[in-house]
Design a protein around this ligand. Structure first.
Ligand code: PRT
Ligand code: ZN
Length: 294
């Protein structure tokens, strides 16, 4: 029987979230310390645990069928290998691992536009994405490759500016830098090998994609239950974000009040619940949805 080989980051920011989402899809892996492969008892799949930077190459040459990787890493490798036509299709955006690739300069440095980077040295682990951006902007600056701790290079006089991943902005601030241009938005993506995949594996990938859809679309979806007067139903639908047509059920002891059950496709905040109460709803319950298949 065929097995899907799925590459994930061995140890890093994407590891736990990816394992968690695979588990929600019914794929539980037994991961032993310091081993490259992990088997799955509940699905014909095996995990390959590698550095994120190696995932695009393994996907490109068909060592793995699927891979979870940051778009920033994928884009950098695709641009680097442009001559070799590295074409790796993204089959799902995963909605986690969100970050941006930004240019930052020392906070006291004058900066009005990217033209001010002309002739400057910019330290980065993403020289291809950076050069692509500089070229599009018509700016002649030198991207210098640094593998780690890019943010300290201006202090060390190794570079005038940096181009690095930013999430909260805390690291830039702690190093006396200001973000001056966002050049690339990224999140974790699921990629598929461009090498031909047999029918059996194709079916498994389609099934996994359907399960991922079910898990991802449930993420912000809430099941809201309340009691309300029939007269307030329109108002309630207005208040609830992204609500579907509600199910209305009579209450045993009341002719005016009904039980309302609604699936909401957006986060339900305290403010929303307070508005529902003000509209006459009572006994309001907000429940998470584990899987949502339309
Ligand atoms: O060992 P391996 O090569 O597999 O791991 P790695 O060290 O290259 O990657 P890792 O685990 O740090 O990140 C994996 C992926 O997570 C990245 O390729 C991004 O797609 C994504 N990601 C999301 C981030 C961040 N957020 C992030 N904040 N990757 C790195 N950072 C770092 C950034 O480099 C900087 O040092 O966090 C710092 C900035 O964070 P803030 O919150 O202070 O702005
Ligand atoms: Zn890496």
């Amino acid at each position: 029987m065929e097995k899907l080989t799925i590459a994930i980051q061995k140890s890093g920011r994407l590891t736990d979230k990816t394992l968690n989402i695979l588990s929600q899809c019914g794929l539980e892996f037994h991961i032993k310390k310091d081993v490259l492969f992990a088997s799955c008892a509940s699905y014909p799949a095996e995990l390959m645990l590698v550095r994120d930077d190696d995932i695009p190459a393994y996907i490109a040459n068909g060592t793995c069928d699927l891979g979870f990787v940051g778009e920033n890493v994928l884009e950098e490798k695709v641009l680097k290998n442009n001559n070799y036509d590295l074409d790796i299709p993204i089959i799902k955006k995963m909605n986690y691992g969100k970050c941006r690739l930004s240019i930052a300069v020392p906070k006291e440095q004058y900066f009005e536009s990217v033209k001010d980077l002309e002739g400057k040295v910019i330290a980065t682990s993403y020289p291809n994405i950076l050069n692509d951006f500089l070229k599009a902007q018509g700016v002649d600056a030198k991207a210098t490759m640094i593998n780690g701790a890019v943010e300290i290079t201006p202090k060390l006089n190794v570079a005038d500016a940096i181009c690095d991943i930013v999430s909260t902005g805390g690291t830039l601030k702690a190093n006396g830098l200001k973000e001056v241009a966002q050049i690339y938005q990224s999140e974790c993506v699921l990629v598929e090998s461009p090498k031909s995949i047999c029918d059996e594996k194709r079916k498994m990938i389609d099934q996994l994609l359907q399960r991922l859809d079910g898990v991802l679309s449930a993420q912000n979806t809430k099941y809201v239950m309340m009691n309300a007067s029939k007269a307030s139903l329109d108002k309630i639908k207005e208040i609830l974000p992204g609500a579907e047509e509600p199910s209305i059920m009579p209450l045993a002891q009341s002719s005016d009040k009904v039980a309302v059950h609604i699936v909401c496709k957006e986060e339900v905040f305290w403010k929303t619940i307070e508005q529902l109460k003000a509209a006459g709803a009572s006994s309001i319950l907000v429940l998470p949805i584990e899987k949502y298949i339309q």
